[in-house]
Write a protein of this length. Structure first.
Length: 258
């Protein structure tokens, strides 16, 4: 009788453990489902945010074209002020555009290079950040550095820079436009780099500019475009995940100002 009670007790314990395991597995499954739903919502929110930004840009440019018939002297400045008012953000300094790509965005500039790593154009906390100009540079600098996040989870705007790993893409997308509110500066890409430990591109005022240009010209493929120490530079930077902890750098030189 004692043995039967003992065995019966073991069976009950095993059944309880088995039921707990089932509950635990179900909990994990539910948690994963909820996480996937939340991730999908976050991706949709990011997509809508970028879509809204492009719509604002396009609508404003359409207004600009119409108003050009009446007033060609202050249209650009008025548009830049329009963006600042729309986002309640005086850090907005211009736009960045690469023809025939999805890269068309407002640019912001803070007093450091940390704030817009995790803040949106509305100045609200956002882990995807904004595309921003290095606080040490401005549109009159000999070198302008611009940074933006990449991601394996989210379809961010600067993720498209990964396409420059292919030479054929580069050949058809060589030119970058920077609009400052009063003028448009056009740059031609002269090199594409993957940087793992030598951050020469981060030196915005090099002592030896000739050597600086030589390092930046070390492209992953031949572009046949040469830069000199007299050129004004534009550098775009984003993360890349192969190899780990690396940066993708797109280097360009100014060829025109309109």
């Amino acid at each position: 009788m004692f043995v039967d009670d003992y065995n019966g007790g073991n069976m009950k314990k095993k059944k309880v453990i088995y039921n707990l395991l089932i509950i635990f597995v179900l909990f994990i499954c539910i948690f994963q489902c909820v996480s996937m739903i939340e991730l999908k919502k976050e991706e949709e929110k990011i997509y809508m945010k970028e879509k809204e930004q492009l719509e604002v840009l396009n609508n404003s440019l359409n207004e600009k074209l119409k108003s050009n018939n009446n007033d060609t002297n202050n249209t650009d400045i008025k548009d830049l002020e329009y963006y600042k008012k729309y986002y309640s953000n005086n850090d907005i300094v211009g736009t960045l555009k690469i023809e025939n790509t999805d890269i068309y965005t407002l640019l912001v500039k803070s007093t450091d290079n940390d704030y817009y790593l995790n803040h949106s154009l509305y100045k609200k906390h956002d882990e995807t950040g904004s595309i921003f100009v290095d606080y040490r540079t401005d549109f009159n600098s000999n070198q302008i550095n611009i940074y933006g996040h990449n991601s394996t989870k989210y379809d961010l705007m600067f993720k498209e820079l990964e396409k420059y790993l292919e030479q054929e893409f580069y050949k058809n997308h060589k030119y970058i436009h920077i609009w400052t509110g009063s003028k448009t500066m056009i740059y031609e890409i002269f090199s594409v780099q993957i940087v793992t430990n030598d951050y020469e591109h981060m030196i915005v005022s090099p002592k030896d500019r000739k050597k600086h240009i030589e390092v930046l010209s070390n492209s992953i493929y031949q572009t046949d475009i040469e830069a000199s120490e007299n050129d004004e530079l534009l550098i775009l930077q984003t993360c890349i995940y192969n190899p780990k902890n690396s940066f993708l750098i797109v280097n360009a030189k100014k060829i025109k100002e309109i």
